[in-house]
Write a protein that binds this ligand. Structure first.
Ligand SMILES: NC(=O)c1ccc[n+]([C@@H]2O[C@H](COP(=O)([O-])OP(=O)(O)OC[C@H]3O[C@@H](n4cnc5c(N)ncnc54)[C@H](OP(=O)(O)O)[C@@H]3O)[C@@H](O)[C@H]2O)c1
Length: 252
């Protein structure tokens, strides 16, 4: 058994999750790289190990109860606690197809497909609940557990209602409301877990070039991971039940 701090990042075989895993490992964590696909997961873990980092693939499909239970048992067999959980796995089905030639989002709520919305909620909302519940015993065994929910600016109702239009987010009902729900879930877990020393916060990584948006985003994964890593490594004075980007607290 290793004595270094341990972190789990879900959906970490690519994109923001992979960069978060890299950054946490570079700061000294042993990182469990959560991925649902063996080939993609082992390849990503191997790539980080070749950079000298302590990273191991953990099979984890966040929509599957059994997968989450087995993953938690696997970690429990190898470690007495988990210090950081980053609920990063997320999907935005149909997002790229709905972008018009001028990059405006063109799928109004009245035409969104319910099957896509359900699939989105399964990964983005129920996934973090399922994984947090499965790993809670290990997180409670840490002296200072930290949970980061990877949310989005699009989850902010205040931004959706921004009358000036300056910061108004695109009207993406399924994906956006999944992140709004995730924000509420962040606060719910934070309230329960504060007395037990676990801090739970939501991070907005910003519009980042990844497969999720066909690499349309203007930010790098390095920039996106900044706030996630910061919230994952908060000291005892740090906040809980908050929603942040790298510049500070955000309006819900
Ligand atoms: N990119 C942005 O502009 C942006 C902005 C705000 C928030 N975010 C959030 O950031 C997070 C990471 O997104 P990203 O941009 O890095 O997207 P990405 O490159 O598409 O990566 C998404 C990751 O989630 C994984 N995933 C999907 N379904 C899963 C499941 N059922 N179980 C386990 N893993 C699953 C994917 O695995 P597979 O390879 O197996 O599909 C992949 O590793 C998401 O929560 C997203 O909503 C992104």
């Amino acid at each position: 058994m290793t004595t270094s701090k341990r972190a789990l990042v879900t959906g970490a075989n690519k994109g923001i999750g992979l960069e978060t895993a890299r950054r946490l490992a570079a700061t000294g964590f042993k990182v469990w790289l959560g991925a649902r696909d063996a080939e993609r997961g082992t390849a990503a873990a191997q790539a980080l190990r070749s950079e000298g980092l302590d990273v191991e693939w953990l099979e984890l499909d966040v929509v599957d109860d059994e997968s989450a239970a087995v993953a938690a048992r696997t970690v429990a067999a190898r470690a007495t606690s988990l210090d950081v959980l980053v609920n990063n796995a997320g999907i935005a089905p149909g997002y790229v197809d709905a972008l018009g030639p001028d990059e405006r989002y063109e799928l109004p709520p009245s035409r969104e497909n319910i099957a896509d919305i359900k699939a989105t909620y399964d990964v983005n909302v129920f996934g973090p609940v399922r994984v947090t519940q499965a790993f809670l015993p290990l997180l409670l065994a840490s002296p200072a557990g930290r949970i980061v929910m990877v949310s989005s600016y699009i989850g902010s109702i205040a931004r959706a209602q921004d009358a000036t239009g300056e910061n108004q987010s695109p009207n993406i009902m399924g994906y956006g409301s999944s992140k709004t729900a995730l924000n509420a879930i962040t606060v719910a877990f934070a309230r329960e877990l504060a007395p037990r020393g676990i801090k739970v916060n939501a991070a907005a990584p910003g519009y980042t070039a990844t497969d999720l948006n066909g690499h349309r985003g203007g930010r790098t994964v390095r920039q996106a991971a900044e706030i996630i890593v910061r919230l994952a490594t908060l000291d005892a004075d740090g906040p809980t039940a908050g929603y942040f980007d790298e510049n500070g607290p955000l309006r819900w």
